[in-house]
Design a protein around this ligand. Structure first.
Ligand SMILES: Cc1cc2nc3c(=O)[nH]c(=O)nc-3n(C[C@H](O)[C@H](O)[C@H](O)COP(=O)(O)OP(=O)(O)OC[C@H]3O[C@@H](n4cnc5c(N)ncnc54)[C@H](O)[C@@H]3O)c2cc1C
Ligand code: SF4
Length: 330
């Protein structure tokens, strides 16, 4: 590990001031991703600003929705009564990620900003445009079983790794940010992460030095009919091959609103808008679920080793919708 400066931030504006003044400084929250990346020499910050003592861990009710502090732990967020009762999809998604020990350390802000798990990104002997701009992409012609099927570019085919974020994009969350100009701003979750384009080194639309302070979830009527399905190589402690967050609001036996988002398929949490549109006004039948899944998945462009993700996505969407309509039971 390379030497770095460490200091504790006294308050939010102090944290933003220190990090924004140094292009190679980073905020430190739970450290479960950042410290691993530093040990692997993938990230080389010269200064860490510890934000864990800032008072940003409240989870509170907000106009029928909920505001979740950026420094609340993943475990506390998943288990909070406001989240469990009103946004069970978020609890399910968080609990599908990592392990109990890691969730006890991991913060919500850090979860949003965790880096991809592309193995070429972690291997400093390999080319990777995300780690080293313009060095090439090892995965494009390499082993790309875990990689994207939607929205990638020649520069990067990596996928976004978080489970929590798949539920957040489905639930129309908003990220609250303390800007470097002293003002706060709100970023709709769908615009928070980016597709790779020509700048895969940028995962999100945050500016350097901006601090996430909270995540807000607006009130919705999806609580009784939502489900997070994660398909992975092992039953625990593994990232998604494909995951699906599904939520339905019914009007009698017809679907009033549908929310579907996918993980493991793109550089950002992938909102399945084609599938959502197909479902509005329809009955919640297997045939309609299949039609919706096909509408979404026909846009997929698999790479050499991940063609299986298209069928997995198709079946996963149907299965997640069936689980959602049955309140989590088959
Ligand atoms: C073995 C292992 C398995 C895992 N499995 C899964 C899984 O299956 N699913 C899943 O979703 N995740 C998984 N994770 C990832 C885990 O969820 C993340 O490591 C964790 O959420 C990161 O949170 P943290 O607080 O530790 O972030 P840190 O490591 O402290 O920070 C991560 C990044 O976020 C920045 N940051 C942190 N807080 C803020 C803030 N408030 N504002 C601005 N920037 C900030 C930091 O500067 C850093 O760049 C796994 C991790 C490990 C180690
Ligand atoms: S897919 Fe992206 S992260 Fe992986 S090697 Fe290519 S550029 Fe790097």
């Amino acid at each position: 590990m390379r030497p770095f400066k460490y200091q504790r931030a006294s308050d939010v504006s102090n944290a933003v001031k220190i990090v924004s003044a140094n292009q190679t400084a980073e905020f430190l929250a739970g450290g479960t991703n950042l410290l691993d990346l530093m040990k692997e020499d993938v990230m080389r910050p010269t200064e860490l600003v510890d934000v864990t003592r800032l008072s940003l861990s409240q989870i509170r009710s907000m106009n029928g929705g909920v505001s979740i502090g950026a420094l609340a732990k993943n475990t506390d967020t998943a288990n909070h009564p406001l989240v469990r009762q009103n946004f069970p999809l978020l609890s399910m998604a968080i609990l599908a990620g990592a392990s109990g020990q890691i969730r006890n350390m991991a913060s919500n802000g850090g979860n949003l900003l965790q880096r991809t798990r592309c193995s070429y990104f972690y291997d400093v002997a390999m080319p990777c445009n995300k780690r080293e701009p313009n060095s090439g992409c090892g995965a494009l012609e390499g082993i790309n079983r875990m990689h994207a099927i939607f929205g990638y570019s020649e520069k990067c085919v990596a996928v976004h790794p978080s489970d929590m974020c798949i539920a957040l994009v489905a639930l129309d969350a908003v990220v609250k940010v303390q800007g470097t100009d002293g003002k706060t701003r709100s970023i709709p979750f769908a615009d928070f992460h980016r597709l790779p384009g020509d700048t895969p080194e940028k995962d999100t639309n945050l500016n350097h030095g901006e601090l996430i302070t909270a995540i807000e979830l607006p009130k919705n009527n999806f609580a009784g009919k939502s489900y997070y399905l994660k398909v992975r190589d092992r039953a625990s402690y593994a990232f998604a091959l494909v995951s699906i967050a599904a939520a339905l609001e019914m009007d009698g036996n017809r679907i009033k609103q549908a929310r579907i988002a996918m993980g493991g398929v793109a550089h950002k949490p992938w909102r399945a808008t084609e599938a959502e549109k197909m479902l509005v006004g329809k009955e919640a039948t297997e045939a309609n679920f299949k039609q919706a899944a096909e509408a979404e998945m026909k846009g997929a462009k698999p790479l050499e080793h991940n063609k299986f993700k298209v069928e997995l996505g198709n079946r996963g969407i149907v299965r997640a919708l069936q689980m959602a309509i049955n309140g989590g039971a088959v």
